[in-house]
Design a protein around this ligand. Structure first.
Ligand code: DAH
Length: 337
């Protein structure tokens, strides 16, 4: 192998490279020069017969040529492929690609985060509890007696050995009070379960529980906190109404209504023609509940509240069927991105 021979191969290759127009020609070219028996491969093999100095010089030049050709072949291959595809698809392949699909948070997650954020601003700390509960935490410690309708087999999913799926987030109140000492301010979001299913009820839904215990906590504090929450979530101008109510774990108890967001108080199907919609239950912590967690009722006072996330999300966004939250159709979920 001589310098002139190398030169000849090089010129031949570079000249031929220019003329290649389709993948078959390209492949033939590759085989002719770079294949196992190709001219360059052979020439590289022939190097071993040369002196060390020649080997070095010609070897490096041959390798450069080899790399150059490999690169050019690949480049040409792409050019040819692209132009063929363009012809077939009648597409402009220089157009930018499709944007990747971006996910988003579920509307319920968004509202949970928003509500928690409002209460965190007021100094409430986020805590959680187990979804599988005992009758004691879910009912007994909350002053819900044996005969209370909430214990009905119809509504509660009972598991083995007296365990059950919590029917509300209120047991988290008990767990937190047993674990910590007052004063405390907690907010507890979570899944709850009841045997119920229609356009307004789902067997699994979400609640947020709130609890504040301190030396002096009044009914006025409770109303102030709830009013602040409602206006942050539904808007400054939201009309509010507090109604007396009953819960076994609070005394006195109340329910808070907001002016119907659909008809603005005129009366419609959603508010049952009353102009008002109930959004939460609340009250002052019942002495029996404090007794169950060994809090001295002469020293501590507190309020508690519980709200349903689905309900608030439905009102906030005008959604009329709770099942939409759990069907997970993309057209529904995407509208909350
Ligand atoms: N646990 C109640 C329910 O599921 C909601 C509730 C009402 C929670 C009043 C409270 C409360 O903490 O004080 O219907």
């Amino acid at each position: 192998m001589q310098r002139e021979e190398l030169q000849r191969i090089k010129e031949e290759a570079l000249k031929e490279l220019e003329t290649l127009k389709d993948p078959i020609q390209l492949e033939n070219f590759r085989v002719k020069f770079l294949g196992k028996k190709g001219k360059i491969t052979q020439a590289l093999r022939g190097l071993k017969e040369l002196s060390l100095e020649e080997r070095r010089e010609l070897g490096s030049e041959l390798n450069q040529l080899k790399e150059y050709l490999e690169f050019e072949i690949e480049k040409k291959r792409r050019e040819i492929l692209l132009s063929e595809e363009e012809k077939i698809l009648d597409l402009d392949l220089t157009l930018p690609g499709r944007r990747p699909f971006l996910g988003g948070l579920h509307p319920l997650t968004q509202v949970i985060e928003e509500v928690c954020e409002v209460f965190t601003r007021l100094g409430f700390e986020i805590v959680t509890g187990p979804e599988i509960e005992s009758e004691y935490y879910n009912f007994t410690a909350l002053n819900i007696p044996e005969w209370h309708p909430a214990r009905d087999m119809q509504a509660t999913f009972y598991l083995q050995n007296g365990a059950l799926l919590r029917t509300h987030t209120s047991p988290i109140q008990i767990r937190t009070m047993l674990e910590r000492k007052p004063p405390l301010r907690i907010i507890a979001p979570g899944k709850v379960y009841r045997c119920d299913a229609d356009v307004r009820h789902s067997p699994m839904f979400h609640q947020i529980e709130g609890l504040m215990v301190d030396g002096e906590v009044s009914f006025a504090d409770l109303k102030g906190v709830l009013a602040y929450f409602a206006r942050e979530i539904f808007g400054e101008k939201t009309k509010l109404r507090f109604r007396p109510s009953y819960f076994p774990f609070t005394e006195p108890s109340l329910e808070m209504d907001i002016g119907c967001v659909m008809c603005e108080g005129k009366g419609c199907r959603v508010c049952g023609q009353t102009g008002w919609i109930e959004i939460l239950g609340a009250g002052m912590v019942h002495p029996e509940v404090f007794k169950a967690v060994n809090y001295d009722i002469t020293q501590w006072q507190g309020f508690a509240f519980g709200l349903g996330i689905e309900r608030i999300t439905m009102l906030k966004y005008g959604i009329d069927d709770i099942r939409l939250f759990f069907d997970n159709h993309l057209y529904f979920l995407e509208s909350f991105k």
